[in-house]
Ligand binder design. Structure first.
Ligand SMILES: [Zn+2]
Length: 555
């Protein structure tokens, strides 16, 4: 069992959550649940990025103090995430005292390394240039389209001329290039790595990391220049990941962290959107290097959810409330749709019509239908107890009822596919493997026609039906386990209807080789079958089924 620390980006609370942020946090939640199922000790961090100019502007529009406004919004965000079934371990706030404390600690570490350096990493200089409040980022003339930020055409780009603190990012150019050469899998998908190498090829410029406090009062006072400057929002925001890990002065976990030993940092995985990959893949590693802290073990970049070809961005007014969408077919149907349709790592389309189609085809007509008809037949033909398997030999391939015996082989193949896919963060393939298992099980019911076999006077037909229903109940149990990262509530409901004990189901773990053993285990073809030892040991034969209302009601 290993420790696994993963994070989402943190969210600007200048508007309520939109579908794009919901997609990110739902996907990360699924990774967290998958890692827990694999037996890891998971710590899942999300949070809000309070210190942004656009947040202060929105608060002012509403006649509120930024701090009070951010508190309100944080409550609204957490409520939304809860409604979508997201179970992070902690929700970090950059306006919290704990985070300010971490930022001061971080700066102290950098300054310590700066002492006596001819070209200090932190230095004061004059900044003259452009700033987009929508991006909360400095722009160059060549980034503009018709004098405006291409991502925020409705905003006016600010022209700044001010004295700021700078971070000597240029000093890390060679080191970053080496890093990417040494760690090809660190930034995924691979296309993003090439993008970063391209930027490194053009050369890195030092960046301004403070703003005058007179102009921007909402922010963390710049350590060492508290009266005059505040920390630039991105420099402050990235440090949240260390705040979440609760590293103390000596690099050990804080005393308020029972059960978690020292060295909680680095994070195992940062999940971020493609619009902020530079911050995470160039600036953040350089910052950590400057503070002499280890780098995260990986960064994964997901794409955008488009509605009608447009990026769903709250600041451009294209917001669709994920909580409202979740009311249509339930939050787990939305989770399923997003992770099945929007390939993790690429862009995808969202429409209410497609959501309805997926709901009907995969959830109601395939999974829900399979559970319902299987339990109906177990009640009708076997008095509500999952039949014991017989000693029937289902003969060679091509035999008419061969498919009954071969169901187990199909199950083994599909669950291995699903596991491989989850490990590769390919949710679409994992969900398709499980749905296909259910689809084929439904077909086997149709082709075997239990209602006819049950009429055979010899009793042989009943044996075949018993084996079929036992095999399908076992497949449904496995499906419930494999769907639990994406459909945690529905998966548990499936297990309960099958007659499994809820707590026994919750406690199931897939025994998986530890990270360090991977290379050796890679050669072992049986590892996927063995990983399910606990699941296989929880037998379905003899269970008293509890058919309830349909899992995914048809509309
Ligand atoms: Zn912009």
């Amino acid at each position: 069992m290993g420790r696994f620390y993963l994070t989402t980006a943190i969210y600007y609370p200048n508007a309520v959550p939109h579908l794009g942020t919901a997609y990110e946090i739902i996907g990360t939640d699924a990774i967290a649940r998958w890692r827990r199922l694999r037996g890891d000790d998971v710590f899942f961090l999300s949070g809000n990025d309070d210190h942004a100019q656009k947040v202060a502007q929105r608060a002012a529009e509403q006649g509120k103090e930024p701090a009070a406004y951010c508190d309100e919004m944080a409550a609204a965000f957490e409520e939304a995430w809860k409604a979508l079934g997201v179970g992070y371990d902690e929700y970090v706030r950059t306006a919290s005292e704990r985070h300010r404390d971490t930022v001061r600690w971080f700066f102290a570490r950098v300054r310590e390394r700066d002492r006596g350096r001819a070209e200090p990493l932190l230095y004061k200089g004059a900044y003259e240039g452009l700033y987009c409040v929508g991006c909360e980022n400095y722009l160059r003339e060549k980034d503009l389209a018709d004098g405006r930020c291409p991502n925020h055409p409705s905003r006016t780009v600010e022209r700044l001329k001010e004295e700021n603190w700078f971070f000597r990012l240029s000093a890390f150019e060679g080191w970053l290039r080496e890093w990417y050469g040494r760690e090809p899998g660190w930034l995924r998908p691979a296309a993003k790595r090439n993008e970063m190498l391209g930027i490194l090829g053009e050369g890195l410029q030092d960046i301004s990391i403070s703003r005058p406090r007179k102009a921007i009062p909402w922010g963390i006072p710049f350590p060492g220049d508290e009266e005059a400057q505040v920390v630039y929002v991105w420099f402050d925001a990235l440090i949240n990941y260390v705040t979440g890990a609760r590293i103390a002065e000596d690099g050990a976990a804080r005393p308020d962290e029972p059960g978690r030993g020292p060295g909680f940092w680095p994070a195992d995985l940062h999940v971020v959107g493609k619009d902020i990959v530079r911050f995470h893949a160039l600036l953040w590693p350089a910052m950590l290097r400057a503070a002499d802290l280890p780098l995260p073990r990986g960064v994964f970049v997901h794409g955008f959810v488009n509605t009608g070809g447009e990026k769903m961005s709250k600041s451009e007014g294209g917001a669709v409330s994920p909580v409202d969408i979740a009311r249509l077919h339930g939050p787990e149907a939305l989770r399923y749709f997003l992770l099945r349709e929007v390939s993790w790592g690429a862009d995808g389309e969202f429409s209410l019509e497609r959501l309805g189609e997926r709901y009907a085809s995969d959830l109601a007509n395939t999974l829900g239908n399979l559970l319902h008809r299987t339990l109906t037949m177990i009640e009708k033909y076997f008095g509500g107890a999952v039949p014991e398997p017989s000693d029937n030999d289902y003969g060679p391939e091509g035999d008419t009822i061969h498919s009954v015996g071969a169901l187990r082989l199909l199950l083994l193949a599909r669950r291995e596919q699903a596991m491989r896919a989850y490990d590769a963060l390919d949710f679409a393939a994992a969900l398709e493997a499980v749905t296909d298992l259910a689809r084929q099980a439904n077909q086997r019911i149709d082709s075997t026609a239990p209602w006819k076999l049950m009429k055979e006077p010899t009793g042989e037909g009943r044996k075949v039906v018993g084996d079929l229903l036992h095999g399908i109940a076992d497949a449904l149990k496995n499906a419930a386990v494999l769907l639990s990262p994406v459909l945690p509530g529905k998966a548990r409901e499936m297990a309960l209807q099958l007659g499994l004990d809820g707590e026994a189901f919750d406690a199931l773990r897939l025994s998986w080789p530890a990270e360090g053993q991977k290379d050796v285990e890679h050669l072992d073809e049986d590892r996927y079958a063995r990983a399910f030892a606990e699941v296989d040991a929880l037998a379905v034969a003899g269970l008293a089924t509890r058919k309830g209302s349909p899992l995914f009601p048809r509309e």
